[in-house]
Design a protein around this ligand. Structure first.
Ligand code: CP3
Length: 380
């Protein structure tokens, strides 16, 4: 079968899903399952009727899982992100534990930056750190465009994963322009993003040149994943909420819009997520997102009023609630599901990533609860 041998950019949504083989390596996946295109996750993203509210969790793979810690061992994060077998194994780990409705590729938003030659690393307990920050016109020359061959390990891992997952969708992702710019300008994680914002206010020409290059890299990274078979993409502009709506509109939105426009022809649902981005939700949908990811600060029924029509929502249980007693978790999850019903489509998720101290058994129970509570009567 041709599967996975496609070269970048030749994939279309209509021809991709039906021919995917199912496989029995993951519990519950058999020939009888409906095709990928009818997976509840993709139906909800397209605002079509679903049998139940689909669910996946940001950071569902990772430090909350003992098997993840074993697989990683002492291997540096960015090394792990370049080994197809490791990427595949870690991506599949939560799929074996939880009946979640989608997998998300194990990678990181800084992987393509390292792939184009930047001296960037992920320090445990700290986050991405850049040897020499990018702050001048001259520094920009260090950012070259991403070629598919720079990330051949991603193509290989996504191809293998799509085969393994059968009818369960794989979500690809990239870092949003503001968030990537912040790591490059600050040289590491930052609370207030002060240098980033001062460059945005003080040198718009350099700012737009930088974000233009980062948007190109994000487009290239997403296209590689879609060409290899990813069924949806999420743009993580996690820190974009640091700027005012007016500044977002002028400084960030044009670049995010270009990313979503470039993916339009790919035919896969496009998800746009930010943290503390309540005031930006309207523009985040306007950028061209099919689905807007909401953190826990804005109730979903309010988020419905803020996004454009024909937008599905994803979210938004506070990840810290998972550390509370089950009665609290259940009550809050039911509330999220209820408010999610006011959206044209709803994908249940947390408002941000799974916290490392989360008990995996709680996530398993939550996944079942969401499916049960949200189950719709069969039509007709
Ligand atoms: O959601 C998933 O499960 C997919 C994998 C994923 C990772 N990073 C794996 C990872 C995704 C989607 C990301 C995106 C990412 N990376 C974002 C956007 C999402 C968000 O959290 O807002 C950001 C801001 C980063 C940058 C980054 N990478 C940070 C802040 C950290 C944490 C550093 C630390 O040790 O506290 C990382 C490292 C990272 N990325 C880990 C994982 C599983 C932890 C590495 C480890 O296990 O040691």
């Amino acid at each position: 079968m041709e599967l996975g041998r496609r070269v970048p950019n030749d994939v279309t949504w209509s021809d991709a899903p039906a021919e995917r083989p199912s496989c029995e390596t993951i519990a519950g996946v058999t020939e009888q399952n409906p095709p990928l295109a009818e997976s509840p996750f993709l139906l909800a993203c397209r605002r079509q009727p679903v049998p139940y509210t689909p669910v996946w969790y940001m950071r569902q793979a990772g430090r909350s899982l003992p098997e993840y810690r074993r697989t990683r061992g002492g291997m540096p994060m960015l090394k792990a992100c370049t080994i197809p077998d490791v990427i595949t194994e870690i991506t599949l780990q939560p799929m074996r534990r939880y009946p979640v409705d989608a997998a998300i590729l194990f990678s990181d938003i800084v992987v393509p930056l390292r792939a184009v030659g930047l001296d960037i690393d992920i320090k445990p307990g700290v986050g991405p750190v850049l040897g020499e920050p990018i702050r001048t016109e001259r520094d920009l020359a260090r950012l070259r465009p991403l070629e598919p061959s720079d990330v051949s390990y991603i193509t290989e891992a996504v191809t293998a994963l799509v085969k393994e997952l059968g009818p369960r969708p794989l979500i690809g992702f990239a870092g949003g322009p503001f968030t990537l710019a912040s790591y490059l300008i600050e040289g590491g994680p930052s609370k207030g993003h002060d240098r980033t914002k001062s460059l945005m206010y003080g040198n718009p020409a350099l700012w737009h040149a930088l974000l233009g290059k980062l948007a190109d890299i994000a487009i290239g990274f997403l296209q590689v994943q879609v060409a290899a078979g990813a069924s949806a993409v999420q743009l993580f502009d996690s820190w974009a909420g640091a700027v005012s709506p007016e500044d977002y509109q002028a400084g960030v939105l044009p670049h995010s819009t270009r990313i979503f426009d470039a993916l339009e022809g790919a035919g896969v649902p496009r998800i746009h997520f930010g943290v503390t981005a309540g005031e930006l939700l309207g523009m985040m949908s306007e950028a061209g997102a099919d689905v807007v990811g909401v953190d826990w600060r804005v109730p979903l029924d309010e988020a419905v009023r803020r996004v454009q029509a024909r937008t599905a929502l994803q979210g938004n249980l506070d990840p810290a609630i998972l550390l509370a007693p089950w009665e609290v978790i259940e009550r809050r999850a039911r509330d999220v599901i209820g408010r999610g019903r006011t959206a044209e489509g709803h994908v249940f998720n947390l408002g941000h990533g799974v916290l490392p101290d989360t008990n995996p058994d709680v996530l398993a129970r939550l996944t079942e609860l969401v499916h049960e509570v949200s189950a719709r009567e069969p039509a007709g």
